[in-house]
Ligand binder design. Structure first.
Ligand SMILES: Nc1ncnc2c1ncn2[C@@H]1O[C@H](COP(=O)(O)OP(=O)(O)OP(=O)(O)O)[C@@H](O)[C@H]1O
Ligand SMILES: [Mg+2]
Length: 152
């Protein structure tokens, strides 16, 4: 699925769509260059899933993970840019995230071969002043994501 995000308002609309389709146990890997908008998209997904439009969502650059426990769902927002070794992902709680909630992961490449195959990849690219998102389901997520349509 190919999604054009002309501005931050479009990112918010797309996040609302994702919020309706994500489920407990999902891992969303957010790919793309520095500053392309991975945190901006994660922030809106977290606000939609929690139904909290004003939720403060900082970048987990230094913490590596920030957890949002909402009544409906718990979301683990990872940024692995500064992870020392792939194995550190276990200490950060990836297993708990996948068992109990949803994991949104920036710089998942840093996990190397520990990155789960069953996942939803969202690759962001620059497109003029906006962005393009390419969405792809892998492993157990493939069939489900193949049914997603945009524009919704
Ligand atoms: N759809 C969009 N259209 C225009 N600008 C956008 C869009 N999405 C995000 N941005 C802008 O891109 C900038 C960078 O965003 P963000 O911090 O989310 O990037 P990032 O990919 O998380 O970076 P990092 O790799 O450092 O974690 C922000 O200023 C944000 O407003
Ligand atoms: Mg970021």
């Amino acid at each position: 699925m190919h999604v054009r995000l002309a501005d931050l308002a479009a990112t918010e609309t797309f996040a609302a769509y994702l919020g309706r389709h994500l489920r407990k146990g999902d891992l969303v890997a957010l790919h793309g260059d520095l500053g392309v908008g991975k945190t901006a998209l994660a922030r809106q997904i977290i606000r939609k899933l929690g139904d909290r439009p004003d939720e403060e969502v900082a970048s987990p650059t230094f913490n590596l993970v920030l957890v949002y426990a909402f009544p409906q769902i718990t979301i683990w927002h990872f940024d692995l840019y500064r992870i020392g070794a792939p194995e550190e992902i276990w200490e950060l709680g990836l297993e708990d995230a996948l068992a109990e909630g949803i994991a949104l992961v920036e710089w998942s490449e840093r996990m190397g071969s520990l990155l789960p195959v069953d996942r939803i990849d969202i690759a962001l690219k620059y497109d003029g002043t906006g962005r393009i998102a390419e969405v792809c389901g892998l492993g157990a997520c493939a069939d489900r994501v193949a049914t997603w349509r945009w524009p919704a």
